[in-house]
Design a protein around this ligand. Structure first.
Ligand code: FES
Length: 160
């Protein structure tokens, strides 16, 4: 069968329209629009950029720039749980490297990769605003601070 051309769903279009209503122009709504598509698909495929850009009235290149710059927009499929490890200065100084190594060992993947069972994706992120709790990371919407390399495996067990 021929692959269906990419199209935003009714729901996505509806939610993007709604988002647009909250902003003075499309540029201001761009992150919100990308997030809507990500909420429905888990990530934002390349083919989604042009139709979203058209809806909000900016160029595809400009939207692509936003999507690439903004690290919470995933441009590739991600696992069921997304781990984002803070690599900014405070966390770097309090043990980022050790946490990263422990995560990579426990998961058997490197930064930017997804486990073969699709359970976890490991990504770097900049300051999570909890510098006094460094080293920190987010798993999905949960912030975890004061991490230790030894504590990582127990923490991961909570995310099936
Ligand atoms: Fe990691 Fe601020 S540097 S939370």
């Amino acid at each position: 069968p021929k692959a269906q051309p990419f199209a935003l769903t009714e729901t996505e279009r509806h939610e993007i329209e709604h988002e647009l209503g909250h902003y003075p122009d499309g540029r201001a709504a761009s992150i919100g629009a990308l997030k809507i598509v990500q909420q429905h698909r888990g990530w934002v495929p390349d083919e989604a950029i042009a139709p979203i850009a058209e809806m909000i009235g900016i160029s595809a290149a400009e939207l692509e720039g936003v999507a690439t710059f903004y690290s919470l927009i995933y441009r590739r499929p991600v696992g069921r749980h997304v781990i984002k490890v803070c690599d900014s200065i405070s966390c770097f100084l309090t043990g980022y490297e050790e946490i990263k190594t422990s995560l990579e060992k426990n998961l058997g993947i490197g930064m930017g990769q997804t486990t073969t069972d699709n359970r976890f994706t490991l990504l770097p992120i900049c300051c999570l605003g909890a510098c006094d709790k460094g080293p920190t990371m987010m798993i999905d919407d949960d912030l975890h601070g004061d991490l230790t390399p030894q504590g990582i495996s127990t923490l991961l067990e909570k995310y099936a």
